[in-house]
Design a protein. Structure first.
Ligand code: FMN
Length: 392
């Protein structure tokens, strides 16, 4: 029988197999999007609306798609973004992603709400790892977390700055909506049976991990035990990172800092003046403020304003290698992958993530060949056409 990953030729395929493997409520939690889902959808459409102007009658035997992001040499301008609770979707979780990112010679951003502790992730990692800090339980509760990730050897901190409150999930019409369980008890288990009986792969994983409520490995209670999933999610929103916290964070952390969730020139300029090392233009994959601008249309103005002063990365809506080339042509140093690796993880675990990163590598190389350039560093805005409606 063929492995699932060998059947995956696109992120769409991976989404199809992810939906087949995990219970409906859990799939909907990972697919997410908020409110009318307009931002999640237009993120993807924005990449589709940009068209290439290739230079033809050009042939190169090989193409260089390697680059440097945050001082790390990476095999391609695509890195793995922080997505929470990966272990709920597949038992391979963050350590599986760490091994895949290492093999692909790229960077992993690890969520502040991981299923596995940072020490375990660092043991599996062979490439750079950045830890995304959520204040699980307030700012003061985070000082020991910073100490802990420092000791574990992470390369940098990511502050996700677009989540001041919990977002309303996508409006899914009642008959199609599946509840995720609200706790781990007999009543919830009973309610959940219709969703899991035909998901043997996922269920077997869950049985192997002891049928317990997933834990927020880095969110500790006062007695030192990890918080449960539901408790941890609630704790994130007690306080979230803001500009005025940067001096406090710097007291505890001397390494690189990335701000993730920038959408305006004003905030990008402020990030420069605060001395952070990189920004990620992101709307959290359309998972936060419903109706936010898509990310690709604001990339050119942000690059024009701060591109010489700071590394500009982008995410939200990247689904194929040509999307990466469009972002790089418009001045991004690289992109972050979210659902593009999440779905392969849910579908096929670590081999699925390895497979998709390989596919992105191939697609970027092929795209470069079609564009008629030898190196990714030769790309500039003259290689793309933007829709007129993007003019500001
Ligand atoms: C289910 C889900 C969970 C996420 N959890 C986190 C998180 O814990 N921390 C964070 O910084 N971003 C989180 N993100 C946002 C991703 O890091 C990334 O910005 C987003 O997925 C990019 O959009 P895309 O999925 O359309 O590519 C999450 C995204 C999804 C879909």
């Amino acid at each position: 029988m063929k492995n699932i990953e060998s059947k995956i030729l696109s992120v769409k395929d991976a989404k199809y197999f992810a939906k087949k493997r995990v219970p409906k409520g859990i799939f909907q939690m990972f697919e997410a999007g908020s409110g009318s889902n307009v931002t999640a959808e237009t993120n993807v459409q924005a990449f589709e609306q940009v068209r290439f102007r290739p230079r033809n009658a050009v042939f190169h035997k090989s193409h260089d798609i390697s680059t440097t992001i945050l001082g790390h040499k990476v095999s391609m301008p695509a890195i793995v973004s922080s997505v929470g609770f990966l272990g709920v979707g597949h038992v391979d979780g963050e350590t599986g992603v760490a091994r895949a990112a290492g093999e692909a010679e790229t960077i992993q951003f690890v969520s502040g709400v991981t299923s596995q502790p940072i020490e375990q992730i660092m043991e599996a990692a062979t490439g750079p790892v950045y830890y995304q800090l959520y204040y699980v339980g307030g700012r003061d509760a985070s000082a020991p977390i910073i100490e802990r990730v420092k000791k574990a050897g992470v390369d940098g901190l990511v502050l996700t700055v677009d989540t001041p409150t919990i977002a309303r999930p996508k409006d899914t019409l009642y008959p199609y909506r599946a509840e995720a369980p609200l706790g781990v008890n007999l009543k919830e288990a009973f309610k959940f049976i219709p969703q899991v009986w035909n998901k043997p792969g996922w269920l077997w994983d869950y049985i192997k991990t002891g049928l317990k409520e997933p834990q927020v490995a880095m969110g500790l209670r006062e007695d030192g035990t990890p918080m449960g999933l539901f408790e941890g999610i609630a704790k994130i929103y007690e306080e979230t990172p803001a500009w005025e916290d940067l001096p406090w964070i710097r007291k505890h952390w001397e390494g690189p800092i990335v701000l993730k969730g920038i959408l305006t020139v004003e905030d990008a300029k402020r990030a420069v003046s605060e001395g952070v090392d990189a920004i990620v233009i992101s709307n959290h994959g359309g998972n936060v403020l419903d109706g936010s601008v898509s990310t690709l249309p604001v990339l050119p103005e942000i690059v024009a304003a701060v591109g010489d002063d700071i590394e500009v990365l982008i995410d939200s809506g990247v689904r194929r290698g040509t999307d990466v080339l469009k972002a790089v042509a418009l001045g991004a140093k690289g992109v972050l992958l979210g659902r593009s690796y999440l779905y392969p993880l849910l579908a096929a675990g670590e081999p699925g993530v390895k497979h998709i990163l390989n596919l992105f590598h191939q697609q970027i190389e092929e795209g470069l060949a079609f564009l008629g350039v030898k190196s990714i560093h030769e790309l500039d805005p003259s290689f793309v056409d933007l829709p007129d409606s993007w003019e500001r």
